[in-house]
Design a protein around this ligand. Structure first.
Ligand code: GDG
Length: 487
């Protein structure tokens, strides 16, 4: 009790992520906040809307603003948000080095096992540290030592240690949304940087990963690079104990189950069902990213058509690619290659009446997304590497009819939980082809059996369970830490 009193119950929660969950839209009527989408934003906003997060006196999301300070200041809120925003303004050149540079041209490719795509420019790393220091100095002005800070993702690996220096008592959690790679990959980063990144993460009290494998890889790197003492899931470093845990991120299950009977979703669903006529429908949606395995997917589908010519004109593959990071050359090049590949595919395998691939390069509205999840016969999700993959979980949660088949790459974190999916190796196009056929021919009873098992798991371990488990671990360690301090 004394420790509770000492810490006080009036704690604010700071969510710290690269981007804010809103963008400011400039219109003739004025500037308005608009909610943005993406894996991290969907998960954290779902938690912040819930009762459980009201244990904090205030909830503040801190992230880089996509617009200039002047535009931000002139924006009006359309719907009152459940939490506050604290924008961090970063000059464009510096942001370029931090975001397109170190975050997405070093850490992202390396952590997704694309070492040849990494570009180790010292200026990128300098920019990365500078932006992290900028976050730290902005936070120092508004933080109280009894607050709780939850830092997210690979853009902010050094931040926990920067904050720890200023606030030794602060409760800090860190969660990594992408894989942590094997030490053999991590060690290719210049040694000094390795040390800075790992010791940066160790500034937190709890460090969370999606899977046990990522956690083990991290421990190996800490053992080799930092030489800290490790006892099972506790690291002792710099006079403190740090807890490591696997917390597979969940989704807002009820939102997706409920959405399948929304008027807007049902309208979209019937539109899609009408336009596919008597054809079977395969669906996929992801950001334009080399880690998502779009070519492997298309090659697997082509193999399926070659091996099963009687499916020609009886199946269509709706492939949606959402623009992402298009100012990075590796991403822009990929867009061109995909366009060409699909053009060739359709002209060689299709005819005047039928296109085997329907391709959209653009964002779907929520109604279109769930309309597609519920109209398709099969979701084809084939990343080469993926921290978790929320699309797979959302597809399963949307299927109130308990029909539909999920073909999922075993390289996605989600494969650990969605074991009733048809799991494939994304490099094995013959296996992809085989599973498409098995999936399209699966009996309704078998589809229902698999869907029911997966839905039960997703309903039990949803986004709230995920956040609660993380906060429970954080509360436990911060109270233990406090017991050690003199009263
Ligand atoms: C990172 C990790 C990890 C996508 N397209 C549209 C749309 N989305 C929404 C989906 C889903 C989210 O964006 C994508 O989440 P993913 O998990 O599939 O992928 P990343 O963006 O790479 O997320 C990933 C995640 O963080 C969470 O930890 O699972 O491994 O890479 O929610 O629904 N939403 C709408 N239209 C679209 O066109 N409305």
């Amino acid at each position: 009790l004394l420790h509770d009193l000492k810490k006080g119950k009036m704690s604010k929660l700071f969510i710290i992520a690269n981007r804010l969950p809103v963008t400011v839209e400039e219109t003739a009527e004025g500037n308005f906040y608009r909610q943005s989408s993406g894996g991290l934003v969907s998960a954290i906003s779902a938690y912040l809307r819930l009762e459980d997060s009201n244990q904090f006196t205030k909830k503040i999301w801190v992230g880089v603003s996509e617009c200039a300070e002047r535009v931000w200041a002139s924006a009006e809120s359309v719907t009152p948000p459940e939490y506050d925003f604290k924008p961090v303004f970063v000059p464009p050149k510096l942001y370029e080095h931090y975001y397109n540079g170190f975050s997405n041209s070093v850490l992202w490719p390396l952590f997704h096992y694309f070492p040849s795509f990494a570009d180790y420019q010292p200026s990128y790393f300098e920019g990365y540290l500078k932006v992290n220091a900028k976050f730290a100095s902005e936070l120092e002005r508004i933080l109280d030592p009894k607050d709780t800070v939850w830092i997210h993702d690979y853009h902010l690996l050094p931040l926990a240690a920067m904050l720890r220096k200023k606030f030794p008592q602060l409760t800090i959690g860190f969660f990594l949304h992408i894989p942590f790679p094997s030490y053999e990959l991590f060690r290719v980063i210049p040694r000094e940087w390795q040390h800075e990144l790992l010791s940066g993460m160790l500034g937190a009290d709890v460090i969370g990963f999606h899977t046990e494998d990522y956690l083990q890889h991290f421990l190996t790197s800490v053992r080799k690079v930092i030489k800290a003492r490790i006892d099972h899931r506790t690291i002792s470093w710099d006079g403190r104990d740090i807890q490591i845990g696997d917390f597979p991120i969940g989704i807002d299950y009820n939102k997706f189950q409920g959405a399948s009977s929304d008027h807007g979703v049902l309208t979209k669903r019937s539109e899609y069902l009408r336009s596919k006529l008597d054809k079977r429908l395969i669906f996929s949606v992801d950001r334009l990213d080399y880690s998502k395995g779009v070519f492997n997917r298309l090659k697997g589908y082509r193999e399926f058509l070659v091996q099963n010519p009687h499916y020609k004109e009886k199946v269509v593959f709706a492939l949606v690619i959402v623009p992402s990071r298009d100012t990075i050359s590796k991403y822009a090049e990929r867009k061109k290659l995909i366009d060409e590949y699909i053009g060739n595919f359709n002209s060689r395998y299709g005819n005047i009446n039928w296109q085997p691939v329907i391709y959209q390069y653009g964002h779907l509205s929520f109604e279109e997304l769930v309309g597609m999840y519920t109209a398709c016969d099969l979701a084809l999700i084939t990343p080469l590497r993926d921290g978790m993959n929320l699309v797979a979980k959302e597809f399963v949660a949307s299927r109130r009819d308990r029909q539909g088949v999920l073909v999922l790459s075993e390289m996605a974190g989600a494969a650990n939980e969605l074991t009733e999916a048809l799991l494939i190796n994304p490099n094995d196009r013959k296996e992809i082809a085989k599973m498409i056929k098995i999936g399209l021919e699966m009996t309704p009873d078998e589809q229902e059996r698999r869907m029911t098992a997966m839905q039960k798991r997703l309903q039990e371990y949803n986004v709230v369970t995920w956040a609660k488990e993380f906060f429970t671990a954080l509360a436990r360690i911060s109270s233990e830490q406090m017991k050690k301090e003199p009263l």
